[in-house]
Design a protein around this ligand. Structure first.
Ligand SMILES: Nc1ncnc2c1ncn2[C@@H]1O[C@H](COP(=O)(O)OP(=O)(O)OP(=O)(O)O)[C@@H](O)[C@H]1O
Length: 273
């Protein structure tokens, strides 16, 4: 099979794309009278970098919020690893191995980089308060294991030099990287990135692109991202879903969507009927 019909192919740069990991089937999401998502279906393959693009208000964040369990759609089905997912709370979705970053950075500003990244391990921590009191050794062993994973990620994202710095003192680009580190600390199967490059300068965007690609390559993390910078999206993604006014108007490889007239019209602001 190829990129258009499904999974199980090798990309031009030698990465292996597996079977379907997630399927969104006929999703409709309403906020009162506003239909944010209208009957949209698409899938995400294992190991893929999948982008969701579209003009402002197209419904991209709403779609990411459906995947992460923040919103449960009024219609449609979400399938994950071949199973239909019942309506879930975000923490339950996180336990299934889906992590995310936010459009507006959501970190603990007064805490150090290290402590912020450690919070990414919370979904993996088994020892509760009571067992920590009774089984101190077990809790300590768990803490050590979590620290090892966190240190590996701090190395990987090249933020060792700022590990003790309170996040509030960091420039914007580095805060975004810390947020990425925290999401990665959860060792997600699927990582959702909401505008990872928003507000960044060219150099910061290049760094972020490099980290996204190597995360996907080295850890095998499947990635779904929303991004406004077209150049970045087209360079990074295996496949792209294009939304406009809550509808899907394109879906395919970057070349497919680049040459899709409806997509071109939406971005050039051609009037809708
Ligand atoms: N919580 C909400 N309550 C009411 N309406 C909402 C809510 N969230 C989103 N909407 C509406 O749903 C539509 C889609 O919004 P959404 O934020 O998903 O679009 P987007 O493509 O992510 O936009 P942007 O690129 O500007 O972030 C918009 O009309 C928006 O006003």
């Amino acid at each position: 099979m190829n990129a258009l019909t499904g999974g199980n192919y090798t990309t031009a740069d030698g990465r292996k794309i597996g079977n379907t990991m997630m399927e969104m089937k006929n999703i409709t999401l309403r906020f009162g009278g506003v239909v944010a998502i209208k009957d949209i279906s698409f899938d995400i393959n294992e190991g893929e970098i999948r982008a969701i693009i579209g003009p402002n208000g197209a419904g991209k964040s709403s779609m990411l919020n459906v995947i992460s369990g923040f919103y449960n759609p009024q219609e449609g089905e979400v399938w994950f690893h071949g199973k239909k997912r019942p309506p879930m709370r975000p923490y339950q979705v996180a336990r299934q191995g889906i992590a995310r970053t936010f459009q507006n950075i959501a970190l603990f500003e007064g805490m150090s980089v290290l402590d912020n990244v450690m919070t990414g391990r919370l979904t993996h921590m088994k020892a509760g308060m009571l067992s920590q009191m009774i089984w101190k050794g077990k809790a300590e062993a768990e803490e050590t294991a979590n620290r090892e994973i966190v240190e590996k990620i701090i190395d990987f994202l090249e933020i060792q030099a700022i590990r003790k710095t309170p996040v509030g003192r960091l420039p914007y680009g580095l805060k975004k990287r810390v947020e990425l580190a925290r999401a990665l600390a959860a060792e997600p199967k699927l990582l959702l990135l909401d505008e990872p490059m928003a507000g960044m300068n060219v150099e910061e965007k290049e760094d972020m692109s490099r980290f996204i690609l190597s995360m996907n390559d080295e850890f095998g993390t499947t990635i779904a991202l929303i991004e406004h910078d077209m150049g970045v999206v087209m360079d990074l993604s295996d496949r792209v879903v294009v939304m406009d006014y809550g509808k899907k108007i394109g879906d395919g490889t970057p070349d497919d969507v680049r040459n899709n007239q409806e997509v071109i019209d939406a971005y050039l602001g051609v009037a809708h009927d």
